[in-house]
Design a binder for this molecule. Structure first.
Ligand code: ADP
Ligand code: MG
Length: 859
């Protein structure tokens, strides 16, 4: 049960603060800082304790009820945050904004606290909260436009007239903001700011948007909404953002949500996706770029050919490819480090990532020397565009960097003279402590004396209890002047003392340490400014590295067995020789099962449509999908798992599977199929490729057959799209007489000693017969049922052979099997009139029916 959070009335001061914070961020879990813990209260505590599997306790009372509470230690809170963020929660960090001394000075009973940040799935930048291989899109949707930002890399895109579902399917956003009026499920309701244009321009550091290109008002509204949200969760701060890129609907291959679902492009069952099968990248940024290319292939011949050209050269030139991949392997994620640095939420290793990343970029530029393909030659300049920052970081940063900025030791010795001097002073003082330990041990006559550092008390001389007692009673003669012991603390086994000399040394040491730390912070701030001044070239170098990782990875993939460079044309060609399904092939190889059987596919003009028949499990879906994936791979700029391929550029790719019920969506199979089919008929054109896998399965035979026929006719006559259509409606094969561009193909199956053997090869013509009965046997359907099915099938086949037109009104294959004449059970049942029976007669009738049934079973 969901308990209501009570009101603030009568709360203690701290709890009243909590109520105030919660009121500011009602949809976030409030991490309420109390000393070394972040505490959660009330319903937040209940939610978090369940989500994190941590104990729920109670603390004090509020309105006479115990207050539910749970907490996580500050030092390890990131791991808990990561789990909450991954589950879609938003977390408001409510920090102590003053020290206890400051609170005391203003006579406050409790420390001041404020929400300093809201951590959300689409705005977090911490490594622990991110997936290195995936972008973390924050998508903002308004009526007629969309914008999406990856705060972790600064990438920023907009699109006018975007279809929300298609965009959500393409981007798989970490977080969605949507205008309330759009009613997008799971989205955070938001409204675009009123002065969207000026606000967006200001966020980009410009006076107006003019210099950035053409944006429609809805794009600007969505972009401003996204930016304002990022600002609001970061307490007003904005990370560095790249100039937004307006994505027209032109230039990219359009894939709708249903197509993406059916093709397992980025995600698939048990991790078996296209992405996983073809990913040979070596860096997180490269993996993200590859995912982006597969999610959004191009429809632009020149751009695609440029990618193919680079892959072709890198495939042949092994030396260059190895040099590139050696420079990429282990390269840091500069884009994400840059985002953290710009938000002032970074660690020393982020500075190191920029330093090392720029070194790697320079290595890549070297490895590209003399390369001719445009994409390779043009990468050289951006890879080396920040030489000064690269050189200075190399000088400035220590080889080994500490974990935290406060740890010190980030700046390399020799970089900053003042820092070096302060560090020397501090280190001298450290040596002086060691000397003082010897002096004090002698003066106080305690050989076991140790000088130790304590968090609150500073440096103290610690002596064993007995020696301490003695010192307290009477100090030795030599323990005078500034060596006179001053007692500070007694414990069971030891006493702690200081003396004027030690206290002075302690002060000197902590002053030197403070000053060194202060100076080091200045050095760090300088390095941060240095990096941000070159943010654009650094980000550009990072993008080139990611792109090179994808190209070199694609070339690497293309050396593994038979992968070909596709020939792309502007005609409606489609001819694949010996094509393979990369995901199924990889799965078969892993399982050390039979080899994948390559198949051709030809939808060139004259036979644009192909109708594929064949029994279940013969490989129909595999063949259909592998050909759809060819388009995605080719237009993403990759090579194809085939011996040869000629593909006319596809503007829209549609793939549909006659699906199981979309139970979660609450729609019947038929509704889903028809909605998705309608989308094809309304949007596909002569440059599209349509793949329909057993569509019409979700309804009664007659409807399904009729609809499948009408759809095929429309695709053939009106839409003229290249089409692959798999069906179990044998009757459809008769359509090949009426539709001249429709060719028939069938999955080859052999019978061997009464068993079906799937050959997985595609041949011209229709399947000779339906093998459903054989497949049913494979699946373990009981023998009597199989026997009956076989006899029905035989009689149906006989009638078809006698010349009955399968598309005529009488459709033998699906006619109901005739009731055997004179079944005594059915006769008896028919004779019964339930309304006319007394209870006793009804019971007798039941016994009678049971007896008849038992007799029949015995037959
Ligand atoms: P259908 O759609 O006809 O029921 P599928 O395409 O789902 O058949 O294929 C069933 C199984 O057959 C696949 O999971 C795969 O293991 C195997 N298979 C399909 N095509 C091939 C092929 N070309 N070579 C080898 N095995 C294949
Ligand atoms: Mg299938």
């Amino acid at each position: 049960m969901d308990r209501q959070t009570p009101t603030a009335a009568g709360a203690t001061p701290a709890i009243a603060q909590w109520f105030a914070a919660k009121a500011q961020q009602p949809s976030a879990l409030v991490f309420f800082r109390m000393g070394d813990f972040y505490e959660l209260f009330f319903t937040d505590a209940e939610t978090a304790s369940e989500a994190l599997g941590i104990a729920l306790t109670f603390r004090g009372e509020h309105q006479s009820q115990p207050i539910p509470m749970c907490g996580v230690p500050v030092h390890s809170h990131e791991a808990y945050l990561a789990r909450l963020i991954r589950r879609g929660f938003r977390v408001a960090l409510c920090e102590q904004t003053e020290t206890p001394e400051e609170a005391k000075a203003r006579r406050a009973t409790t420390l001041n606290r404020e929400i300093v940040r809201i951590v959300t799935p689409g705005t977090a930048t911490e490594e622990a909260l991110l997936d290195a291989a995936r972008p973390a899109w924050l998508l903002a949707l308004v009526e007629g436009g969309a914008a999406w930002i990856d705060v972790t890399t600064g990438l920023f895109h907009t699109q006018a007239g975007a279809e929300p579902a298609a965009l959500i399917a393409r981007l798989a956003p970490a977080e969605i903001l949507a205008d309330e009026r759009l009613r997008i499920e799971g989205a955070i309701p938001a409204l675009p700011p009123r002065d969207a244009g000026p606000r967006l321009a200001a966020a980009l550091g410009a006076a107006s948007l003019e210099g950035f290109g053409q944006f429609s008002p809805p794009e600007i509204a969505a972009a401003a909404m996204a930016v304002e949200y990022v600002r609001s969760v970061n307490n007003g701060a904005l990370p560095r953002l790249a100039p937004p890129v307006a994505e027209g609907a032109r230039g990219v291959l359009l894939l709708d949500a249903a197509t993406r679902r059916s093709l397992d492009i980025l995600e698939g069952p048990r991790g078996a996706s296209l992405l996983a099968a073809v990913d040979r990248t070596l860096t997180g940024a490269g993996a993200r770029e590859l995912a982006a290319r597969l999610a959004s292939p191009l429809d632009d011949l020149a751009a695609i050919r440029a990618r193919h050209e680079a892959v072709a050269v890198l495939r042949e030139d092994r030396t260059r490819r190895s040099a590139l991949r050696a420079a990429l392997k282990g390269a840091p994620d500069m884009a994400r480090a840059l985002a953290r640095i710009s938000l002032e939420r970074f660690f020393p290793r982020d500075l190191g990532a920029i330093r090392d990343g720029l070194q790697r970029a320079a290595k890549l530029a070297e490895a590209l020397a003399g390369a001719t393909p445009a994409l390779l030659a043009e990468a050289v300049a951006p890879l080396t565009a920040a030489p000064d920052a690269a050189a200075e970081l190399l000088r400035a940063l220590a080889a080994e960097l500490p974990a935290r900025l406060d740890d010190g030791g980030i700046a390399a010795p020799g970089y900053d003279g003042q820092l070096d001097a302060l560090r020397r002073l501090r280190d001298d003082a450290r040596g002086a402590i060691a000397a003082m330990q010897v002096d004090l041990a002698q003066a106080w006559g305690v050989a076991a004396l140790k000088i130790r550092h304590h968090q609150q008390l500073g440096y103290l001389a610690e002596v064993p209890a007995a020696a301490g007692e003695k010192l307290l009673r009477e100090a030795p003669a030599k323990a005078v002047g500034d060596l006179t012991p001053i007692h500070r603390q007694s414990m069971a086994s030891a006493h702690r003392f200081t003396c004027a000399a030690l206290a002075a040394l302690d002060r000197r040491l902590s002053e030197a340490g403070d000053q060194a730390a202060k100076r080091e912070r200045l050095v760090i701030a300088h390095l941060r400014r240095l990096i941000l001044a070159d943010a654009e070239p650094i980000a550009a170098a990072a993008r080139e590295m990611a792109a090179l990782d994808v190209l070199a990875g694609s070339a690497e993939l293309a050396t593994e067995g038979a992968w070909c460079r596709p020939e792309l044309t502007e005609r409606p060609d489609f001819a694949i020789e010996a094509g393979r399904h990369p995901v199924v092939e990889a799965a078969l190889r892993r399982a050390r099962g039979p080899q994948f059987v390559p198949n051709d596919c030809d939808l060139s003009p004259g036979h644009r449509l192909c109708l594929l028949t064949g029994p279940n499990m013969a490989g129909k879906s595999t063949w259909l999908r592998q050909n759809a994936l060819m388009v995605i791979l080719a237009q993403a700029g990759m090579f194809l798992p085939a011996a040869a391929a000629r593909i006319g550029l596809v503007d829209r790719l549609f793939s549909r599977v006659g699906a199981a019920d979309d139970l979660a969506g609450g729609r019947s199979t038929f509704m889903v199929e028809m909605t998705e089919t309608a989308a094809i008929l309304n949007q596909a054109g002569p440059r599209s490729l349509v793949v329909l896998d057993e569509v019409g399965r979700g309804t009664a035979t007659w409807d399904g057959l009729a609809i499948a026929t009408a759809v095929l006719e429309a695709l053939h006559d009106r839409i003229r799209a290249r089409t692959l259509f798999a069906t179990h409606f044998h009757e459809l094969t008769a359509l090949s007489d009426k539709l001249p561009e429709l060719r028939l193909a069938a999955m080859q199956v052999r019978e061997w000693r009464g068993e079906v053997v799937f050959l997985h090869s595609v041949a011209a013509g229709a399947a000779e017969k339906s093998w459903g009965v054989h497949v049913a046997k494979l699946a373990g359907v009981p023998a009597p049922v199989l026997k009956r099915a076989a006899s029905v099938l035989a009689s149906l086949e006989a009638r078809a052979a006698a010349g009955a037109d399968p598309l005529a009104a009488e459709m033998p294959l699906f006619a109901r099997a005739p009731t055997p004449p004179g079944d005594p059970l059915l006769d008896a049942l028919a004779k019964l009139d339930p309304d006319a029976l007394s209870p006793r007669e009804a019971q007798e009738a039941l016994y009678h029916l049971k007896a008849l049934a038992a007799g029949r079973e015995a037959l």
